[in-house]
Write a protein that binds this ligand. Structure first.
Ligand code: FES
Length: 406
């Protein structure tokens, strides 16, 4: 009998399909979150998808994903600590042989839970900060959590967890990159992920306010290089460059349906974090379709897999195997068609859209219109705003309006 707890235990799937198995499972346990971050990647209408898989259903997902071949497992959300069964899921994941990572704001991570999670076999914790200052950290998350996060960082080191500190970068905190790195070093982070904002979900709504200038990025990169040279042994610093400032797109998710398998709180299977925002893409659900079928056979996971789906200019481009046409979600958001080339690419006929966004950020000190857009109130991720977006997208669906925002 096949042992389904072992990776790659489904015989012959890769040979039959030519598609490699997923390596990384992201279990988005809940959309509930005590924070209200201005750059959250969760869907704007998350309140429309509030149903959550039960413990038994998540245990099945873990077992099936491991049997498919997944080895890395992230527990995320929302805030995964809001699930009382997190320890049960971690324990099962550990037994199955996953390398487990908890992606958390730290809210709810008490000494008691840290101990329980350690006992359950959790390998790694990724703790988010919004800034090195209390004022900005608390403003951007619309909470008072800065001091709590500091305490959590100390506690998780005490319990022997390796720590990735994560900080999303944008116009407001790029000038503090040196202080953010100092904070990570002082708190004993082994890894620091400085991830420039990717403009999906709530970040897209707040793009005029969050978009930095090129000068800010160049300065921050120089600071990072300096700290890497001095402290690279102690703390590995990643600096994820925002692709709006590039001429070639990134190979998003390392390719659609290539390594990443996400499962949303309600069981929807996601080829990328932001796939829920792509119109016309019916996401299969783990409640009614086996994970193997979802990965290998579903339209959602095959739609942009490989190279066959490409249109010009990607189809005849000699670089297509390197970037795989870039990000489908960005292509949709900026051109209205997810099958277009990512407009970050300067071969895209829509590249001007990206140039304009970058230019508007640069113009904010000289143009009244750009300055006004930048000073608009931030739309925080909260239930009231989500319900507003859900109502608006419901009305647009009734009208048959699925356009992007070219
Ligand atoms: Fe969806 Fe890039 S975020 S493909």
């Amino acid at each position: 009998m096949t042992d389904l707890s072992q990776p790659g235990a489904i015989p012959g799937a890769q040979a039959e399909t030519g598609v490699p198995p997923p390596l990384w499972l992201l279990a988005e346990l809940t959309y509930r979150c005590p924070l209200h971050c201005a750059f959250c990647y969760n869907p704007l209408d998350y309140t429309d998808h509030h149903r959550e898989l039960s413990t038994a259903q998540w245990l099945n997902v873990l077992r099936d994903a491991r049997a498919l071949g997944a080895v890395q497992l992230g527990f995320s959300g929302g805030e995964p600590l809001l699930r009382d069964d997190l320890e049960v899921l971690v324990e099962q994941a550990h037994k199955l042989g996953f390398y487990t990572n908890l992606i958390t704001s730290g809210v709810g991570l008490t000494e008691q839970r840290l101990g329980n999670l350690k006992d359950a076999g959790l390998d790694h914790i990724q703790l988010s900060f919004q800034d090195s200052t209390q004022q900005l950290n608390d403003f951007l998350s619309s909470t008072r959590t800065f001091e709590l996060k500091q305490r959590v960082a100390v506690a998780l080191k005490k319990h022997g967890f390796p720590m990735v500190m994560n900080c999303v970068l944008h116009r407001y905190n790029l000038p503090h990159v040196d202080k953010i790195i100092e904070m990570a070093l002082a708190l004993g982070a082994e890894y620091l992920e400085l991830a420039n904002t990717q403009y999906y979900g709530w970040a897209r709504e707040n793009q005029p306010q969050l978009m930095p200038t090129r000068e800010q990025l160049v300065e921050a990169e120089a600071v990072v290089a300096r700290y890497r040279a001095e402290h690279g042994e102690r703390c590995k610093i990643f600096f994820v460059v925002p692709d709006y400032f590039e001429n070639r797109p990134k190979r998003c998710m390392n390719g659609w349906g290539a390594v990443f398998l996400g499962v949303a709180p309600d069981g929807a299977a996601l080829p990328c974090h932001a796939a829920r925002g792509l119109p016309g893409l019916t996401l299969p659900n783990v409640n009614d379709t086996p994970l193997r079928e979802i990965w290998y056979e579903s339209d959602a996971f095959n739609r942009f897999r490989g190279l066959q789906w490409m249109k010009e200019p990607c189809r005849s481009c000699e670089e297509k195997e390197r970037d795989l046409g870039g990000c489908r979600c960005q292509a949709f958001l900026l051109t209205g068609d997810a099958a277009n080339a990512d407009p970050v690419c300067d071969k895209s006929p829509f590249h001007e859209q990206v140039v304009k966004v970058v230019q508007r950020a640069a113009d904010a000190s000289t143009s009244a219109a750009a300055a006004t857009a930048r000073e608009q109130p931030i739309v925080f991720r909260n239930d009231a705003n989500s319900r507003r977006f859900a109502a608006a997208s419901g009305a647009a669906n009734v009208r048959g309006d699925h356009g992007g925002q070219p």
